[in-house]
Structures are given as structure tokens and as C-alpha cells.
Design a protein around this ligand. Structure first.
Ligand code: 5GP
Length: 210
């Protein structure tokens, strides 16, 4: 049975290129925070470490895990499967560790709907502007501008999910964004006051989608 000593689940989602993975890595360095390592069927990138960044598996193995009901959530993103297995998450939470999820809106919806007894805090990270986002995506995929264009279109669709998150945070400065998320997590855990302006976020989203 979950108790007050249990950890909390923290989800970070964002459209591609908003800097979420860097933020998750910074948060994971805090005392008592662990990242939930996802399984994926996509190929590793050159800088990724198997069993640290992801468990890289083929589709047969992924489907076996689905059939065994091992996933807390899973989804298809950009033609590949991604999922978070339940056992390591529950083990960490019951040891009092806070678990960080770097997952998309489909996974966030599933975890929310699972209604586990553990506290859940969800964050949606947004870029400061469409121009900055396009620059970030172009730098990442220098060789293939088409991918950047496609991801900009995807951005227009993904951004609409902001409304389902507890907090939306704009990443215009990595350190400030990290501090903001950290302060909101602290306030949630300790029932403190939260520095959060939803109307400002609403008008930022309107600018990003206009
Ligand atoms: P990437 O391939 O760039 O590492 O990740 C693509 C997208 O898949 C990102 O939005 C990332 O947050 C999401 N993702 C990574 N792991 C999971 C997971 O376990 N479940 C879900 N639903 N999404 C994931």
C-alpha cells in the first residue's frame, strides 16, 4: 500500500526540440530522483548508451512485453514503439525515490488514467518561440531539413496537448527553466505556494500556434 514516504512520479513531455531530455537529465542529478528508462524499438543514436538512455529492443520483444502486461504505458511515436515498464517504477517509488518520465502526451495520458496511488506531477515544456524551435530542430538534423520541417508540423499538433498537464514551463533559459520545475516539484511535495501564471502560458501558446 502506498504511503507518505513513497516517491512521486514526475512526467516531462514536450514537442520535439524543446529541450526536455536535457532537463530530465539535470533533474535526475537531484538527490533521490531516478529516471524511468524506457524500452524502444528505434535504433540507437551514435551518442546513446544502451540500458542507460533506453533499452533497445526489437518489435518481437516489445510485443512480448505488451502481451505480458509489463508496461505502465506505451505508445507509437514517429513510427517506433516506446514504453515504460511497471516493475522498476513501482520498486523505486516504494523505496521513496521520485521517478522521472521523459515520455510523450500519449504515455502521460495513460499514466494519468491508470490512477496509481502515487502522487503524479506533470510538466509540458515549450520553446520560447517558433523561430528558436526551428533553429534547434535544424541544428539537430542538419543533414535533412525535411525532418525539421516535418517536426515543425508535428509541433503544431503536439502543442495542443499542453492543456492536459499540471504545469507548462517555457524553456528560454535552461538553468531558469530547471529551477522553475524544481521549485514547482518542491512546492507540490511540501504543499508550498506555487509560482505559476496559467494566463501567461495560455497567451504564449496562442503566439506559438498563430
Ligand atoms: P526520441 O526518439 O527522440 O528519444 O523520443 C521521441 C519521443 O518519444 C519523445 O517525445 C520522448 O519523450 C518519447 N518517449 C520516450 N520514451 C517513451 C516512453 O517510454 N513512452 C512514451 N509514451 N513516450 C516515450
Amino acid at each position: 500500500m502506498p504511503t507518505d514516504k513513497d516517491g512521486v512520479m514526475i512526467i516531462l513531455s514536450s514537442p520535439s526540440g524543446a529541450g526536455k531530455t536535457t532537463l530530465v537529465n539535470l533533474l535526475s542529478k537531484l538527490n533521490n530522483f531516478e529516471i524511468s528508462i524506457s524500452h524502444t524499438t528505434r535504433q540507437p543514436r551514435h551518442n546513446e548508451v544502451p540500458n542507460k538512455d533506453y533499452y533497445f529492443v526489437d518489435e518481437t520483444e516489445f510485443k512480448r512485453l505488451i502481451n505480458n502486461q509489463e508496461f505502465l504505458e506505451y505508445a507509437k511515436v514517429f513510427n517506433n514503439f516506446y514504453g515504460s515498464t511497471r516493475t522498476p517504477v513501482i520498486n523505486n517509488l516504494s523505496k521513496g525515490k521520485n521517478v522521472l518520465f521523459d515520455i510523450d502526451w500519449q504515455g502521460a495520458d495513460q499514466i494519468k488514467n491508470n490512477k496509481l496511488d502515487y502522487k503524479l506531477i506533470t510538466f509540458f515544456i515549450l520553446p520560447p518561440s517558433k523561430e528558436v524551435l526551428f533553429d534547434r530542430l535544424s541544428n539537430r538534423d542538419m543533414k535533412d531539413k525535411l525532418i525539421a520541417d516535418e517536426r515543425m508540423k508535428q509541433f503544431g499538433r503536439d502543442v495542443l496537448h499542453w492543456i492536459n498537464y499540471d504545469y507548462v514551463v517555457i524553456n528560454n533559459d535552461l538553468e531558469k527553466c530547471f529551477q522553475k520545475i524544481k521549485n514547482l516539484i518542491d512546492a507540490e511535495i511540501n504543499n508550498g505556494s506555487k509560482d505559476y501564471d496559467k494566463e501567461y502560458i495560455r497567451s504564449h501558446v496562442e503566439k506559438l500556434t498563430s
